[in-house]
Design a protein around this ligand. Structure first.
Ligand SMILES: C[S@@+](CC[C@H](N)C(=O)[O-])C[C@H]1O[C@@H](n2cnc3c(N)ncnc32)[C@H](O)[C@@H]1O
Length: 248
């Protein structure tokens, strides 16, 4: 079981697999006023940076589940590196339908809401692991500006314009699900650049090391097209943020 290989190649050097920087995760942890020993569940935990740094900085304990074998291994190594391997565990697996044995104070899905079939389904799934009064975190893209055409939306990596909402509508959608938005931390263009541009050097290095790999043609094509695609589309039209919500 694994995610498509292209992500394991292009994001192999990433610690954070979304447009957040380490500072943004620290801001979010502080904003949530995390108490030591708070249990955190993270569906689609990537390379584990959120759980590992929050364990180090705020004394939380946590479980992350991710379908990428590489990212899950990197998460375990990061936990050891930060001296928090006794506080956080990482499971390599499909997080769809995952419910924690013990209820948690924070249940998160930061940039992988397809796991629950969209934002509403993911909130419903996370709520099953949440203790009364707990906080759900959803990391999700939104339109900074509405794309002028479906073609531009596709250039942003969306299936269509309707895949994402404008920020006020995304915020209102949590209310429609009977949740209060109690905090949010939004990415900025520097964070987007770190997430997207960091893939380019990784791809270049991978190509130099694997010129005869079956995948080399695909990676070559991506490296050739990605910088312009990103600058013209994603960077201009797409925002991203983490929203903290509590049931009413
Ligand atoms: C955009 S990344 C976000 C990763 C992480 N939350 C972070 O902030 O660095 C999405 C993650 O979801 C993982 N993923 C995709 N489908 C999954 C599934 N069905 N179950 C668990 N993880 C999944 C990917 O491997 C990837 O690490």
């Amino acid at each position: 079981m694994d995610i498509p290989r292209i992500f394991n190649i292009t994001e192999s050097a990433h610690r954070i697999h979304n447009p957040f920087t380490p500072e943004k995760f620290a801001t979010l942890g502080e904003a949530l006023r995390l108490e030591p020993e708070t249990r955190v569940l993270d569906l689609g935990s990537g390379s584990g940076e959120m759980l590992c740094t929050w364990a180090r900085d705020y004394g939380i304990s946590g479980t992350g589940i991710d379908m990428s074998q590489l990212f899950s291994e990197q998460a375990k190594l990061r936990a050891e590196q930060l001296g928090v391997a006794d506080r956080v565990e990482f499971i390599h697996g499909d997080a769809a339908g995952y419910v924690a044995d013990e209820k948690v104070g924070v249940a998160a899905c930061v940039g992988a809401t397809w796991i629950g079939g969209g934002v509403a389904g993911t909130i419903e799934l996370l709520a099953k692991s949440l203790r009364t009064g707990g906080i759900i975190l959803i990391g999700e893209p939104y339109w900074l500006r509405l794309p002028p055409s479906e073609e531009v939306a596709k250039g942003c990596g969306a299936g269509s314009i309707s895949d994402f909402l404008m920020l006020p509508d995304l915020i209102a959608s949590f209310g429609d699900l009977d949740y209060d938005v109690v905090e949010m931390v939004l990415a900025n263009q520097d964070g987007w650049d770190r997430y997207e541009a960091a893939k380019w050097l990784t791809m270049r290095r991978w190509l130099e090391e694997n010129p005869h790999d079956d995948f080399a043609k695909e990676v070559r094509a991506k490296l050739t097209s990605e910088p312009k695609r990103y600058a013209a589309h994603t960077r201009e039209y797409l925002g991203w943020g983490v929203f903290a919500v509590m049931g009413r």
